[in-house]
Write a protein of this length. Sequence first.
Length: 417
Amino acid sequence: MTDGKRRRGLMAASALLGGVLVLSACSGGDDKSSGDGGNDDTSQAQVDEAAAKKTSEAQIKITPKDGSTNASINNAAAVTVTKGTLTEVKMTTADGTAVAGEISADKKSWKPTAQLERATTYKLSVTAEDSEGRAAHENASFTTVSPANSFIGTFTPDDGTTVGVGMPVSINFDKAITNKAAVQKGITVSTTSGQEVACHWFNANRMDCRPENYWQEGSTVTLKLALDGVEGAEGVYGVQQKTVTFKIGRNQVSYVDAKTKQMKVTQDGKTVRTIPISAGSPENKTYEGQMVISEKFKETRMNGATVGFTDDDGEGEYDIKDVPHAMRLSTSGTFIHGNYWGAKSIFGSANTSHGCVGLQDVKGANDPNTPGAWFYDNSIVGDVVVVQNTGDKTIAPDNGLNGWNMSWEQWKAGSAV
């Protein structure tokens, strides 16, 4: 065979082999039962199954949702897990400051152990495991409600205190409340005496609560604030969630008679002492009415300029820096207090003050035997002082803690619910 014939024969054989190879490859790709094709599908299924087995079944839930704003400072932060248990929860502020929290005994939930701060961004990083020990992870961040978008009520009396029978629950809000009904529904006041308690709005920022008559001595009063998330005004939400209890002490009511210039101190309806007094002068009469002691000061400064008593030079008509045994009866400056600068002869015989009720006392407030000291030592915040026969008008119910000067019908008419 010549070289030319040999090359043509080799090329034909090569083409034939190539065709066989191509046919084998094509038929192998189309044949579902072929070994190669079957192995490819089986391998993918195994991969998918293996991946599924590696995925944790634990379902983590973080509240509030990631990216939330205006979140509660009380109830917002919470973590729960189903089909697993929590192994680690980290909560920090945006600058990395850690927030203390606690995983429940069953490891199904977590919450902070302290109240959150307003206008603060928090980050949560959570890890949980399912029954097979497979880990699941979740992260979220949220921002709590800002002071501009929230309101707080400052209340009196304080938790755990013992007060007199005239002490109302008084709440002053730092924002004007337009949705009074919603806010009032979030506040409950109850007493172990069973007395009905009603609340009265004096204005958009103040609500007081009291029974029809003075609290029963020895009873316990409970104030519950459930204001978290309550919209008090458009875009302004409550943040408080708190329970306060205080006790009512003995029933002490004192009666000041500006005409006889005597004060009769009663406990449980019985007179325990009669004290000579000096009330407001004819030019500066003392308010009449039922007044509640709201503050006590062993010594305090009294300057006439602060309550409108000034001389021709604009200076206070009086400025006494060490008034002894002073107890506030009104916001506007009415006190019952010791008086060391007046002659002893005025007590019980002349009304000489600028509107306060004075009791004989000594400079320095260090003699426990004076009438001023005795009354101070035997009085508590919440005791009632009833002032009579001064010839002046009855004190305004919102001038101090003096809502007792409204009838029960008037009082209840000021409720928003």
